[in-house]
Design a protein around this ligand. Structure first.
Ligand code: FAD
Length: 473
Protein backbone atom coordinates (compact mmCIF):
# COMPACT_ATOMS: atom_id res chain seq x y z
CA UNK A 1 0.00 0.00 0.00
CA UNK A 2 1.01 3.59 -0.62
CA UNK A 3 0.52 6.32 1.93
CA UNK A 4 0.72 9.95 0.94
CA UNK A 5 1.43 12.78 3.38
CA UNK A 6 0.19 16.08 1.99
CA UNK A 7 2.38 18.71 3.63
CA UNK A 8 1.03 22.25 3.97
CA UNK A 9 1.46 24.34 7.10
CA UNK A 10 3.32 21.62 8.96
CA UNK A 11 6.87 21.75 7.69
CA UNK A 12 8.48 19.44 10.22
CA UNK A 13 9.17 15.75 10.82
CA UNK A 14 9.02 15.84 14.64
CA UNK A 15 5.60 15.76 16.28
CA UNK A 16 3.79 15.79 12.96
CA UNK A 17 0.56 13.86 13.52
CA UNK A 18 -0.21 13.16 9.85
CA UNK A 19 3.32 12.04 9.07
CA UNK A 20 3.45 9.88 12.17
CA UNK A 21 0.17 8.17 11.32
CA UNK A 22 1.24 7.58 7.72
CA UNK A 23 4.40 5.82 8.90
CA UNK A 24 2.74 3.58 11.47
CA UNK A 25 2.41 0.68 9.01
CA UNK A 26 6.02 -0.27 8.46
CA UNK A 27 5.18 -2.13 5.25
CA UNK A 28 3.54 0.84 3.54
CA UNK A 29 5.39 2.90 1.01
CA UNK A 30 5.29 6.48 2.31
CA UNK A 31 5.70 9.49 0.06
CA UNK A 32 5.06 13.19 0.67
CA UNK A 33 3.79 16.01 -1.51
CA UNK A 34 3.96 19.80 -1.33
CA UNK A 35 1.82 21.86 -3.68
CA UNK A 36 2.80 25.52 -4.05
CA UNK A 37 -0.19 27.80 -4.75
CA UNK A 38 1.21 31.28 -5.51
CA UNK A 39 -2.04 32.72 -6.89
CA UNK A 40 -3.78 31.76 -3.67
CA UNK A 41 -0.95 33.14 -1.56
CA UNK A 42 -1.27 36.42 -3.41
CA UNK A 43 -4.96 36.50 -2.64
CA UNK A 44 -4.16 35.83 1.01
CA UNK A 45 -1.52 38.60 1.04
CA UNK A 46 1.30 36.30 2.05
CA UNK A 47 4.43 38.37 2.58
CA UNK A 48 7.49 37.83 0.38
CA UNK A 49 9.53 37.20 3.54
CA UNK A 50 7.18 34.44 4.64
CA UNK A 51 7.34 32.91 1.15
CA UNK A 52 11.15 32.88 1.37
CA UNK A 53 11.02 31.38 4.85
CA UNK A 54 8.64 28.65 3.71
CA UNK A 55 10.85 27.81 0.76
CA UNK A 56 13.93 27.51 2.98
CA UNK A 57 12.02 25.40 5.50
CA UNK A 58 10.69 23.19 2.75
CA UNK A 59 14.24 22.37 1.64
CA UNK A 60 15.06 21.37 5.20
CA UNK A 61 12.02 19.18 5.66
CA UNK A 62 12.72 17.56 2.30
CA UNK A 63 16.19 16.64 3.50
CA UNK A 64 14.90 15.32 6.83
CA UNK A 65 12.33 13.18 5.01
CA UNK A 66 14.90 11.91 2.50
CA UNK A 67 17.13 10.78 5.37
CA UNK A 68 14.20 8.69 6.53
CA UNK A 69 13.54 7.20 3.11
CA UNK A 70 10.51 9.38 2.33
CA UNK A 71 10.54 11.22 -0.95
CA UNK A 72 9.03 14.71 -0.99
CA UNK A 73 7.46 15.53 -4.34
CA UNK A 74 6.95 19.14 -5.28
CA UNK A 75 4.53 20.67 -7.72
CA UNK A 76 3.65 24.28 -8.54
CA UNK A 77 -0.05 25.08 -9.08
CA UNK A 78 -1.92 28.39 -9.09
CA UNK A 79 -4.84 28.56 -6.71
CA UNK A 80 -6.30 26.02 -4.27
CA UNK A 81 -8.77 24.72 -6.86
CA UNK A 82 -5.86 23.77 -9.14
CA UNK A 83 -4.11 22.10 -6.25
CA UNK A 84 -7.04 19.74 -5.75
CA UNK A 85 -6.81 18.66 -9.42
CA UNK A 86 -3.06 18.21 -9.04
CA UNK A 87 -3.54 16.17 -5.87
CA UNK A 88 -6.01 13.86 -7.58
CA UNK A 89 -3.77 13.32 -10.56
CA UNK A 90 -0.81 12.68 -8.31
CA UNK A 91 -2.74 10.11 -6.26
CA UNK A 92 -3.81 8.31 -9.41
CA UNK A 93 -0.33 8.28 -10.86
CA UNK A 94 1.33 7.09 -7.66
CA UNK A 95 -1.48 4.65 -6.87
CA UNK A 96 -2.04 6.17 -3.45
CA UNK A 97 -4.31 4.19 -1.13
CA UNK A 98 -4.42 6.55 1.84
CA UNK A 99 -3.94 10.27 2.28
CA UNK A 100 -2.79 11.81 5.57
CA UNK A 101 -2.91 15.53 6.21
CA UNK A 102 -3.11 18.07 9.01
CA UNK A 103 -6.09 20.40 9.13
CA UNK A 104 -5.99 24.10 8.39
CA UNK A 105 -8.83 26.18 9.76
CA UNK A 106 -9.29 29.15 7.43
CA UNK A 107 -12.36 29.03 5.18
CA UNK A 108 -10.64 28.69 1.79
CA UNK A 109 -8.39 25.98 3.16
CA UNK A 110 -11.33 24.10 4.63
CA UNK A 111 -13.25 24.37 1.41
CA UNK A 112 -10.27 23.01 -0.54
CA UNK A 113 -9.91 20.10 1.87
CA UNK A 114 -13.60 19.27 1.76
CA UNK A 115 -13.46 19.16 -2.04
CA UNK A 116 -10.28 17.09 -2.02
CA UNK A 117 -11.74 14.59 0.45
CA UNK A 118 -14.92 14.24 -1.56
CA UNK A 119 -13.15 13.63 -4.85
CA UNK A 120 -10.57 11.30 -3.32
CA UNK A 121 -13.33 9.37 -1.61
CA UNK A 122 -14.99 8.92 -5.03
CA UNK A 123 -11.66 7.69 -6.33
CA UNK A 124 -11.36 5.16 -3.49
CA UNK A 125 -8.56 6.90 -1.57
CA UNK A 126 -9.03 6.91 2.22
CA UNK A 127 -8.38 10.32 3.78
CA UNK A 128 -7.38 11.05 7.35
CA UNK A 129 -7.11 14.56 8.75
CA UNK A 130 -5.53 15.59 12.06
CA UNK A 131 -5.83 18.51 14.46
CA UNK A 132 -2.11 19.01 14.52
CA UNK A 133 -1.48 22.75 14.73
CA UNK A 134 -3.34 23.18 18.01
CA UNK A 135 -3.02 21.87 21.55
CA UNK A 136 -6.76 21.10 21.68
CA UNK A 137 -9.08 20.78 18.66
CA UNK A 138 -11.55 23.55 17.82
CA UNK A 139 -14.89 22.95 19.50
CA UNK A 140 -13.34 20.96 22.35
CA UNK A 141 -13.23 23.89 24.78
CA UNK A 142 -16.70 25.31 25.20
CA UNK A 143 -18.72 27.22 27.74
CA UNK A 144 -21.54 25.70 29.80
CA UNK A 145 -24.10 26.14 27.01
CA UNK A 146 -21.80 24.29 24.58
CA UNK A 147 -20.83 27.32 22.56
CA UNK A 148 -17.47 28.89 21.89
CA UNK A 149 -16.31 31.41 24.47
CA UNK A 150 -16.45 35.02 23.36
CA UNK A 151 -14.07 36.22 26.04
CA UNK A 152 -10.52 35.01 26.52
CA UNK A 153 -10.13 34.65 30.29
CA UNK A 154 -12.84 32.01 30.87
CA UNK A 155 -11.65 30.24 27.70
CA UNK A 156 -8.13 30.12 29.09
CA UNK A 157 -9.32 28.81 32.45
CA UNK A 158 -11.36 26.05 30.82
CA UNK A 159 -8.43 25.31 28.52
CA UNK A 160 -6.04 24.83 31.42
CA UNK A 161 -8.53 22.54 33.19
CA UNK A 162 -8.65 20.42 30.04
CA UNK A 163 -4.85 20.28 29.90
CA UNK A 164 -4.69 19.30 33.56
CA UNK A 165 -6.97 16.34 32.82
CA UNK A 166 -4.62 15.09 30.13
CA UNK A 167 -1.87 16.57 27.99
CA UNK A 168 -1.78 16.19 24.21
CA UNK A 169 1.26 14.00 23.58
CA UNK A 170 4.09 14.71 21.17
CA UNK A 171 4.81 12.03 18.60
CA UNK A 172 8.36 11.24 17.48
CA UNK A 173 9.81 11.75 14.02
CA UNK A 174 9.40 8.62 11.90
CA UNK A 175 12.19 6.06 11.87
CA UNK A 176 14.21 5.52 8.70
CA UNK A 177 12.28 3.37 6.24
CA UNK A 178 13.45 0.91 3.64
CA UNK A 179 15.61 2.52 1.00
CA UNK A 180 16.82 5.34 3.30
CA UNK A 181 18.59 7.61 2.81
CA UNK A 182 17.28 8.99 -0.46
CA UNK A 183 18.81 11.79 -2.46
CA UNK A 184 16.71 14.96 -2.32
CA UNK A 185 16.02 16.45 -5.74
CA UNK A 186 16.14 20.25 -5.99
CA UNK A 187 12.96 22.24 -5.37
CA UNK A 188 12.67 25.18 -7.78
CA UNK A 189 12.10 28.74 -6.56
CA UNK A 190 8.47 29.68 -6.00
CA UNK A 191 6.81 31.70 -8.73
CA UNK A 192 6.11 34.32 -6.08
CA UNK A 193 7.90 37.44 -4.92
CA UNK A 194 10.38 36.53 -2.21
CA UNK A 195 12.45 38.79 -0.03
CA UNK A 196 15.53 38.06 2.05
CA UNK A 197 14.94 37.75 5.76
CA UNK A 198 17.34 37.89 8.68
CA UNK A 199 18.61 34.31 8.91
CA UNK A 200 20.32 34.96 12.24
CA UNK A 201 17.04 36.04 13.77
CA UNK A 202 14.87 33.47 12.04
CA UNK A 203 17.08 30.56 10.98
CA UNK A 204 14.82 28.25 8.97
CA UNK A 205 14.19 24.64 9.87
CA UNK A 206 13.13 22.67 12.90
CA UNK A 207 16.56 22.17 14.44
CA UNK A 208 16.91 25.94 14.79
CA UNK A 209 13.36 26.29 16.12
CA UNK A 210 13.93 23.60 18.73
CA UNK A 211 17.21 25.19 19.77
CA UNK A 212 15.48 28.53 20.31
CA UNK A 213 12.65 26.85 22.20
CA UNK A 214 15.05 24.93 24.45
CA UNK A 215 16.87 28.11 25.34
CA UNK A 216 13.71 30.15 25.86
CA UNK A 217 12.14 27.51 28.10
CA UNK A 218 14.95 27.79 30.66
CA UNK A 219 15.28 31.21 32.34
CA UNK A 220 13.77 33.55 29.68
CA UNK A 221 10.29 32.07 30.12
CA UNK A 222 10.53 32.95 33.84
CA UNK A 223 11.66 36.50 33.07
CA UNK A 224 8.98 36.90 30.40
CA UNK A 225 6.23 38.44 32.60
CA UNK A 226 8.56 41.23 33.73
CA UNK A 227 10.19 41.94 30.37
CA UNK A 228 7.72 40.99 27.65
CA UNK A 229 6.41 44.52 27.13
CA UNK A 230 9.78 46.15 26.57
CA UNK A 231 10.60 46.16 22.87
CA UNK A 232 14.23 47.19 23.40
CA UNK A 233 14.91 43.77 24.98
CA UNK A 234 15.10 40.38 23.32
CA UNK A 235 12.69 39.01 25.90
CA UNK A 236 10.02 37.19 23.91
CA UNK A 237 10.44 33.81 22.27
CA UNK A 238 10.46 34.97 18.63
CA UNK A 239 8.96 31.60 17.78
CA UNK A 240 5.94 32.99 15.95
CA UNK A 241 7.23 32.34 12.44
CA UNK A 242 7.89 28.70 13.29
CA UNK A 243 4.44 28.26 14.80
CA UNK A 244 2.75 30.08 11.91
CA UNK A 245 4.38 27.85 9.30
CA UNK A 246 4.25 24.65 11.32
CA UNK A 247 8.01 24.24 11.64
CA UNK A 248 7.28 23.92 15.35
CA UNK A 249 4.17 22.59 17.11
CA UNK A 250 2.49 24.07 20.17
CA UNK A 251 2.73 20.65 21.84
CA UNK A 252 6.51 20.84 21.58
CA UNK A 253 6.37 24.27 23.24
CA UNK A 254 4.10 23.08 26.05
CA UNK A 255 6.13 19.98 26.81
CA UNK A 256 9.43 21.81 26.74
CA UNK A 257 8.22 24.39 29.26
CA UNK A 258 6.73 21.68 31.48
CA UNK A 259 9.99 19.77 31.28
CA UNK A 260 11.87 22.79 32.66
CA UNK A 261 9.10 24.00 34.99
CA UNK A 262 6.76 21.15 35.95
CA UNK A 263 4.38 23.53 37.74
CA UNK A 264 3.99 25.82 34.72
CA UNK A 265 0.26 25.18 34.37
CA UNK A 266 -0.40 26.02 38.01
CA UNK A 267 -0.07 29.74 37.78
CA UNK A 268 3.68 29.83 38.07
CA UNK A 269 5.63 32.58 36.33
CA UNK A 270 6.09 30.35 33.29
CA UNK A 271 2.35 30.29 32.82
CA UNK A 272 2.25 33.81 31.38
CA UNK A 273 3.97 32.57 28.26
CA UNK A 274 1.84 29.42 28.00
CA UNK A 275 -1.14 31.75 28.17
CA UNK A 276 0.09 33.40 24.95
CA UNK A 277 -0.05 30.01 23.29
CA UNK A 278 -3.62 29.79 24.57
CA UNK A 279 -4.37 33.16 22.89
CA UNK A 280 -3.18 31.55 19.70
CA UNK A 281 -5.57 28.66 20.28
CA UNK A 282 -8.41 31.06 21.16
CA UNK A 283 -8.22 32.89 17.85
CA UNK A 284 -8.03 29.65 15.87
CA UNK A 285 -10.98 28.15 17.70
CA UNK A 286 -12.85 31.38 16.98
CA UNK A 287 -12.24 31.12 13.22
CA UNK A 288 -13.93 27.76 13.21
CA UNK A 289 -16.87 28.95 15.33
CA UNK A 290 -17.27 32.18 13.28
CA UNK A 291 -15.97 31.59 9.74
CA UNK A 292 -17.17 35.09 8.80
CA UNK A 293 -14.03 36.33 10.55
CA UNK A 294 -12.15 35.03 7.49
CA UNK A 295 -14.38 37.17 5.30
CA UNK A 296 -13.48 40.60 6.64
CA UNK A 297 -16.49 40.78 8.96
CA UNK A 298 -16.20 42.49 12.34
CA UNK A 299 -17.24 40.37 15.28
CA UNK A 300 -19.29 43.17 16.85
CA UNK A 301 -21.87 43.85 14.19
CA UNK A 302 -22.65 47.52 14.85
CA UNK A 303 -19.01 48.48 14.22
CA UNK A 304 -19.80 47.92 10.51
CA UNK A 305 -21.38 51.36 10.67
CA UNK A 306 -18.26 53.24 11.72
CA UNK A 307 -17.46 55.77 9.01
CA UNK A 308 -13.79 55.16 8.37
CA UNK A 309 -11.70 57.83 6.74
CA UNK A 310 -9.88 57.42 3.49
CA UNK A 311 -6.67 59.38 3.73
CA UNK A 312 -3.83 58.08 1.59
CA UNK A 313 -1.32 60.57 2.95
CA UNK A 314 -1.99 59.38 6.51
CA UNK A 315 -1.98 55.71 5.54
CA UNK A 316 1.31 56.14 3.67
CA UNK A 317 2.87 57.99 6.60
CA UNK A 318 1.85 55.15 8.93
CA UNK A 319 3.29 52.52 6.58
CA UNK A 320 6.54 54.43 6.13
CA UNK A 321 7.01 55.14 9.85
CA UNK A 322 6.62 58.88 9.42
CA UNK A 323 3.70 59.82 11.63
CA UNK A 324 5.73 61.99 13.99
CA UNK A 325 4.99 59.64 16.92
CA UNK A 326 8.38 58.00 17.55
CA UNK A 327 7.19 54.73 19.10
CA UNK A 328 4.76 54.17 16.21
CA UNK A 329 7.36 55.02 13.59
CA UNK A 330 10.14 52.92 15.09
CA UNK A 331 7.72 49.98 15.29
CA UNK A 332 6.64 50.30 11.66
CA UNK A 333 10.26 50.43 10.58
CA UNK A 334 11.04 47.36 12.67
CA UNK A 335 8.35 45.48 10.75
CA UNK A 336 9.68 46.67 7.41
CA UNK A 337 13.22 45.65 8.33
CA UNK A 338 12.53 42.30 9.98
CA UNK A 339 9.05 41.21 8.95
CA UNK A 340 8.48 40.93 12.69
CA UNK A 341 7.19 43.41 15.23
CA UNK A 342 7.11 43.19 19.01
CA UNK A 343 3.63 42.41 20.38
CA UNK A 344 3.29 45.63 22.42
CA UNK A 345 4.14 47.58 19.28
CA UNK A 346 1.63 45.67 17.18
CA UNK A 347 -0.99 46.85 19.66
CA UNK A 348 0.27 50.44 19.62
CA UNK A 349 0.56 50.75 15.82
CA UNK A 350 -2.78 49.05 15.20
CA UNK A 351 -4.46 51.30 17.72
CA UNK A 352 -2.85 54.34 16.12
CA UNK A 353 -4.10 53.48 12.63
CA UNK A 354 -7.62 52.84 13.79
CA UNK A 355 -8.12 55.22 16.70
CA UNK A 356 -5.87 58.13 15.76
CA UNK A 357 -6.22 58.04 11.97
CA UNK A 358 -9.69 56.48 11.89
CA UNK A 359 -8.61 54.25 9.02
CA UNK A 360 -10.46 50.96 8.52
CA UNK A 361 -8.77 48.19 10.54
CA UNK A 362 -8.97 45.88 7.52
CA UNK A 363 -6.45 48.09 5.70
CA UNK A 364 -4.02 47.62 8.54
CA UNK A 365 -4.73 43.91 8.84
CA UNK A 366 -3.94 43.50 5.16
CA UNK A 367 -0.75 45.56 5.31
CA UNK A 368 0.50 43.53 8.27
CA UNK A 369 -0.06 40.28 6.35
CA UNK A 370 1.88 41.70 3.41
CA UNK A 371 4.82 42.51 5.70
CA UNK A 372 4.95 39.91 8.44
CA UNK A 373 7.14 36.83 8.24
CA UNK A 374 4.84 35.30 10.89
CA UNK A 375 1.60 36.41 9.20
CA UNK A 376 -1.24 34.20 10.41
CA UNK A 377 -4.86 34.96 9.61
CA UNK A 378 -6.30 33.97 12.98
CA UNK A 379 -3.77 35.80 15.17
CA UNK A 380 -3.58 38.83 12.90
CA UNK A 381 -7.32 39.20 12.55
CA UNK A 382 -7.75 38.64 16.28
CA UNK A 383 -5.12 41.24 17.10
CA UNK A 384 -6.56 43.81 14.72
CA UNK A 385 -10.12 43.35 15.84
CA UNK A 386 -8.98 43.58 19.43
CA UNK A 387 -7.15 46.84 18.75
CA UNK A 388 -10.06 48.24 16.71
CA UNK A 389 -12.61 47.31 19.38
CA UNK A 390 -14.59 45.37 16.80
CA UNK A 391 -13.77 41.86 18.00
CA UNK A 392 -14.43 39.35 20.73
CA UNK A 393 -12.98 40.33 24.03
CA UNK A 394 -12.14 43.71 22.54
CA UNK A 395 -11.06 46.67 24.57
CA UNK A 396 -14.13 48.93 24.71
CA UNK A 397 -13.97 51.52 21.96
CA UNK A 398 -13.60 54.41 24.40
CA UNK A 399 -10.32 52.99 25.69
CA UNK A 400 -7.80 54.57 23.36
CA UNK A 401 -4.01 54.22 23.63
CA UNK A 402 -2.11 57.47 23.87
CA UNK A 403 0.89 56.87 21.59
CA UNK A 404 3.12 59.27 23.51
CA UNK A 405 2.51 57.78 26.95
CA UNK A 406 2.74 54.25 25.54
CA UNK A 407 6.21 55.17 24.32
CA UNK A 408 7.13 56.67 27.69
CA UNK A 409 5.97 53.57 29.53
CA UNK A 410 7.49 50.87 27.38
CA UNK A 411 10.57 52.53 25.90
CA UNK A 412 11.30 55.05 28.60
CA UNK A 413 14.76 56.14 27.50
CA UNK A 414 14.09 55.66 23.81
CA UNK A 415 16.61 52.84 23.28
CA UNK A 416 14.29 51.05 20.88
CA UNK A 417 13.21 54.25 19.17
CA UNK A 418 16.78 55.39 18.48
CA UNK A 419 17.66 52.01 17.02
CA UNK A 420 15.09 52.40 14.26
CA UNK A 421 15.02 56.19 14.02
CA UNK A 422 18.68 57.20 13.79
CA UNK A 423 17.53 60.73 12.88
CA UNK A 424 16.57 61.12 16.55
CA UNK A 425 20.02 60.11 17.86
CA UNK A 426 20.71 63.61 19.19
CA UNK A 427 17.42 64.07 21.04
CA UNK A 428 17.84 63.72 24.83
CA UNK A 429 16.09 60.86 26.66
CA UNK A 430 13.67 63.20 28.37
CA UNK A 431 12.37 64.53 25.03
CA UNK A 432 12.58 61.43 22.86
CA UNK A 433 8.82 60.91 22.81
CA UNK A 434 8.09 64.46 21.65
CA UNK A 435 11.08 65.40 19.51
CA UNK A 436 9.23 68.19 17.65
CA UNK A 437 8.60 70.02 20.95
CA UNK A 438 12.28 69.76 21.82
CA UNK A 439 13.35 70.86 18.34
CA UNK A 440 11.11 73.90 18.45
CA UNK A 441 12.23 74.90 21.90
CA UNK A 442 15.90 74.62 21.05
CA UNK A 443 15.61 75.90 17.49
CA UNK A 444 16.92 72.63 16.09
CA UNK A 445 16.10 71.26 12.71
CA UNK A 446 15.17 67.59 12.69
CA UNK A 447 14.85 65.32 9.70
CA UNK A 448 11.71 63.96 11.31
CA UNK A 449 8.07 65.01 10.87
CA UNK A 450 5.86 66.75 13.40
CA UNK A 451 2.87 64.62 14.47
CA UNK A 452 0.47 64.18 11.54
CA UNK A 453 -2.51 64.38 13.88
CA UNK A 454 -3.09 65.85 17.31
CA UNK A 455 -3.90 62.88 19.54
CA UNK A 456 -6.46 64.72 21.64
CA UNK A 457 -8.38 65.95 18.60
CA UNK A 458 -8.14 62.57 16.86
CA UNK A 459 -9.35 60.77 19.96
CA UNK A 460 -12.45 62.92 20.15
CA UNK A 461 -13.20 62.41 16.47
CA UNK A 462 -12.91 58.64 16.84
CA UNK A 463 -15.13 58.55 19.90
CA UNK A 464 -17.76 60.51 17.98
CA UNK A 465 -17.52 58.15 15.00
CA UNK A 466 -17.98 55.07 17.22
CA UNK A 467 -20.82 56.67 19.13
CA UNK A 468 -22.63 57.59 15.90
CA UNK A 469 -22.17 54.04 14.61
CA UNK A 470 -23.47 52.56 17.83
CA UNK A 471 -26.54 54.72 18.00
CA UNK A 472 -27.32 54.03 14.33
CA UNK A 473 -27.45 50.29 15.05
P1 FAD B 1 5.80 35.42 22.37
O1 FAD B 1 5.44 36.56 23.23
O2 FAD B 1 7.02 34.67 22.70
O3 FAD B 1 4.55 34.44 22.35
C1 FAD B 1 4.65 33.04 22.07
C2 FAD B 1 3.74 32.62 20.96
O4 FAD B 1 2.39 32.76 21.33
C3 FAD B 1 3.89 33.46 19.70
O5 FAD B 1 4.97 33.00 18.91
C4 FAD B 1 2.55 33.27 19.02
O6 FAD B 1 2.49 32.07 18.31
C5 FAD B 1 1.61 33.17 20.22
N1 FAD B 1 1.01 34.48 20.53
C6 FAD B 1 1.54 35.44 21.31
N2 FAD B 1 0.68 36.48 21.42
C7 FAD B 1 -0.39 36.17 20.69
C8 FAD B 1 -1.62 36.83 20.41
N3 FAD B 1 -1.92 38.04 20.92
N4 FAD B 1 -2.50 36.23 19.59
C9 FAD B 1 -2.23 35.02 19.07
N5 FAD B 1 -1.10 34.34 19.30
C10 FAD B 1 -0.19 34.90 20.10
N6 FAD B 1 0.89 36.72 15.78
C11 FAD B 1 1.18 35.91 14.75
O7 FAD B 1 1.72 34.82 14.97
N7 FAD B 1 0.89 36.26 13.46
C12 FAD B 1 0.30 37.46 13.17
O8 FAD B 1 0.03 37.74 11.99
C13 FAD B 1 0.00 38.36 14.24
N8 FAD B 1 -0.54 39.58 14.01
C14 FAD B 1 -0.85 40.40 15.07
C15 FAD B 1 -1.46 41.65 14.83
C16 FAD B 1 -1.80 42.50 15.87
C17 FAD B 1 -2.46 43.82 15.58
C18 FAD B 1 -1.52 42.11 17.20
C19 FAD B 1 -1.85 43.01 18.35
C20 FAD B 1 -0.91 40.89 17.45
C21 FAD B 1 -0.57 40.02 16.40
N9 FAD B 1 0.05 38.76 16.64
C22 FAD B 1 0.32 37.94 15.57
C23 FAD B 1 0.28 38.28 18.01
C24 FAD B 1 1.68 38.59 18.61
O9 FAD B 1 1.96 39.95 18.47
C25 FAD B 1 2.80 37.76 18.00
O10 FAD B 1 2.46 36.41 18.00
C26 FAD B 1 4.10 37.91 18.79
O11 FAD B 1 4.49 39.26 18.84
C27 FAD B 1 5.19 37.08 18.14
O12 FAD B 1 6.39 37.22 18.83
P2 FAD B 1 6.95 36.05 19.76
O13 FAD B 1 7.00 34.78 18.99
O14 FAD B 1 8.22 36.54 20.35
O15 FAD B 1 5.82 35.96 20.86
Amino acid sequence: TTHLVWLRNDLRVNDNLALHAACRDSDAKVIALYLATPAQWQQHDMSPKQAAFIHASLLQVQRALAERGIELHYQACHAFSDSVDALLQFCAKQQVDQLFYNYQYEVNERQRDAEAEKRLDDAGVICQGFDDSLLLPPGSVQSGDRSMYKVFTPFSKAFVRRLQQGLPECVPAPKAREGAPLKASPIPAFDYPTEDFDQDLFPPGEAAALKRLRHFATQPVIDYPAKRDLPALDATSRLSVYLATGVLSPRQCLHRVLHEHPDALDNSRAFTWLNELIWREFYRHLLVAWPALCRHKPFIDWTRNVEWQRNDAHFDAWKAGKTGYPIVDAAMRQMKALGWMHNRLRMITASFLVKDLLIDWREGERYFMQQLIDGDLAANNGGWQWAASTGTDAAPYFRIFNPTTQGERFDEKGDFIRHYLPELAGVPDSDIHQPHVWAEKHHKKLDYPAPIVDHKVARKKTLDAFERAKSAA
